[in-house]
Design a protein. Structure first.
Length: 322
């Protein structure tokens, strides 16, 4: 079979070009032959997996493995893999550096046990069944010298912003998980709602259950569901909407969103339990208090008001935006 890319390949996969030899096999081999490993690399590359994922394999010597006669398509794909394995690495390193810098600006608290970050709205905290962008995939930027990535101690909805707690190792995650389960972590949310309650403060004691099996995690008020309780207080009112402080005493899925909607004042921008809207959901995990250490004061952390909520807060009569 003649070479498909002149100067790069010859019959049965042996390379002429020394740069491609080094990229594909590493230095020190006298003969360079195609084999099953490269066929696999080609297929996964064409399937969308970045070739640089396999960069550590380039130094392996496959001399002596069964020789295969490749088609022109496979040889050209191998050429693409070899070149892309060399070029993008500095670009990926630059991208990772930018990501780390962004995380540092969102780091609210750090000690040997945990981190608290300011989660942006519009991104899931972990990978869902359909994949997609999520925070967990970039937790490697938050190791700060430890050998493993931090992990989620609790969850926030995709469109909720604010305080998100991560455990830095297994022991920390166990302790944080117990504190959340026992209700010892105090969480404060801010929500801009349509209309608003007549009174200035109150409590919602309304059990919640799954809406139906086909709606994923959508919830509904359900007398036979799990107990769910929320304290609320009006911070400000204006223009037919209100800013509420919400304190969940339980941790049910979508608890604050369902409770507000059930009382007749859904959260602005909530596309599931309210009217939705281009402004995004106006729900922010404003502050969190964690009694992590036995002989120390509880750790109190607050997240700044996100940019996508500033206009709604101002229209609700709140002036001290920080």
């Amino acid at each position: 079979m003649n070479a498909c890319v002149d100067g790069c390949f010859r019959v049965r996969g042996a390379f002429r070009n020394p740069i491609l030899k080094q990229a594909a096999y590493g230095e020190g081999a006298d003969e360079y032959r195609a084999n099953n490993i490269f066929r696999i690399l080609t297929v996964v590359s064409l399937a969308g997996i970045p070739p640089t994922f396999f960069a550590s394999m380039w130094g392996m010597n496959f001399k002596g493995m069964p020789e295969l006669e490749w088609t022109c398509g496979y040889e050209f794909a191998l050429f693409v893999i070899a070149v892309s394995a060399i070029i993008p690495i500095p670009l990926l390193q630059a991208s990772a550096g930018m990501m780390e810098e962004e995380w540092l600006t969102r780091l609210l608290y750090r000690d040997g046990m945990m981190l608290v970050i300011d989660k942006p709205a519009g991104i899931a905290v972990h990978r869902g069944p359909k994949g997609g962008e999520n925070l967990e995939d970039s937790f490697h930027a938050l190791r700060f010298g430890l050998p493993r990535n931090p992990a989620l101690a609790h969850r926030l909805d995709r469109d909720t912003s604010g305080c998100l707690v991560l455990g830095r190792h297994h022991k920390a995650l166990e302790k944080l998980g117990l504190l959340f389960k026992q209700g010892k972590v105090e969480k404060i949310y801010w929500a801009v709602v349509e209309g608003g309650p007549v009174r200035d403060e109150g409590v919602v004691d309304l059990p919640l259950g799954r809406l139906d099996a086909g709606r994923g995690w959508w919830m509904k008020p359900d007398p036979s569901g799990l107990p769910a309780k929320t304290l609320w207080r009006v911070i400000s009112r204006a223009g037919g909407q209100a800013l509420l402080e919400l304190k969940p005493l339980t941790g049910r899925t979508h608890q604050l969103r369902v409770h507000c909607a059930a009382l007749g004042f859904p959260i602005l921008g909530d596309a599931v339990y309210g009217q939705g809207g281009a402004m995004g959901m106006q729900l922010h995990a404003r502050a969190i208090t964690i009694p992590l250490y036995k002989n120390k004061e509880p750790i109190k952390v607050a997240a700044p008001v996100p940019s996508h909520m500033r206009e709604a807060l101002a229209l609700s009569g709140f002036q001290d935006i920080a």
